[in-house]
Design a protein around this ligand. Structure first.
Ligand code: ATP
Ligand code: MG
Length: 258
């Protein structure tokens, strides 16, 4: 079965894209067939995978507007060896253009059906908003991964997100569940971060991945070279943490399948 995971948090800059790119590369290393769907007009996951946004003839935008299939629009990340359904600024127009379209929340879900058997895991990088693009991601997903920084306001935003997931579950995707909460950019010397991290574990228990991602400059540098950290500096703390997280994810999949 293909695991379709939406990586989402309407809060900006929490590590969604860094997570998607580095988990994709780690999954490939662990022999999984991976598609990364870039659902953000910023196109950061596209660039971070080593793909030149300006050279694209077809993108996820064309797929959402039913002008291209996923098979026609996907490209291979030269640095990460996974497939990418890429995005660029054009995607920002999709929301308006789909306003009166039929099945507008299901455009991504419907398009992915044709390539499902090509992949073990499909990772969807959502934009920092609870908009139609994110709803397309959530409607297409099997489960949701929520990256978050352990700071005071993180918990506030989380309740809005949990509400949105509930609404999507009741209207669009009955089986949608949270797969895991991921602590990102964790600084072990920051007392507040430790406190919030403990609170998260208390509230969400096993939903919180045991593996937390530390703040690590290599993770921030790698995208400017168009590479996942696993290629840029495989021994860096960040690359190692994402590989460990990915092993934990795969172990959870097999546990939930059993
Ligand atoms: P947006 O909401 O804009 O899409 P995002 O949630 O996708 O943002 P990222 O782009 O992954 O977040 O990360 C935000 C910034 O923090 C980027 O500059 C990224 O390189 C950096 N960053 C992410 N994770 C880490 C980390 N663990 N250590 C250091 N820097 C990080
Ligand atoms: Mg992003």
């Amino acid at each position: 079965m293909t695991r379709v995971l939406a990586v989402t948090n309407q809060k900006g800059g929490v590590g969604k894209t860094t997570t998607v790119v580095n988990v994709a590369a780690s999954l490939v290393k662990l022999k999984q067939r991976v598609l990364l769907v870039d659902l953000d007009p910023q196109g950061n996951a596209t660039t971070g995978s080593g793909i030149d946004k300006s050279s694209l003839t077809r993108t996820v935008y064309d797929v959402l507007l039913e002008q291209a299939s996923v098979a026609e629009a996907r490209v291979t990340s030269p640095s990460g060896n996974y497939h990418v359904l890429p995005a660029n600024r054009e995607l920002a127009g999709a929301e308006v253009e789909l306003v009166n379209a039929s099945e507008r929340e299901f455009r991504l879900k419907n398009a992915l059906q044709a390539v499902m058997q090509d992949y073990d895991v499909i990772l969807i990088d959502c934009p920092p908003a609870l908009n139609l693009l994110t709803v397309n991601g959530l409607a297409a997903a099997w489960r949701v991964i929520i990256p978050m920084q352990c700071e005071y306001y993180a918990l506030e935003g989380l309740s809005d997100l949990v509400q949105t997931i509930r609404r999507v579950r009741s209207h669009l995707n009955t089986d949608l569940e949270i797969e895991g909460l991921l602590r990102t950019m964790l600084d072990p010397r920051n007392a507040l971060a430790q406190q919030v991290s403990a609170q998260l574990e208390h509230h969400f228990g096993d939903k919180v991945y045991r593996t937390a991602i530390p703040r690590n400059v290599r993770l921030a540098e790698a995208p400017s070279h168009g590479m996942p950290a696993l290629q840029y500096d495989p021994s860096s703390k960040g690359a190692v943490a994402y590989l460990k997280l990915t092993e934990e994810m795969l172990a959870r999949f097999s546990a939930s399948a059993a």
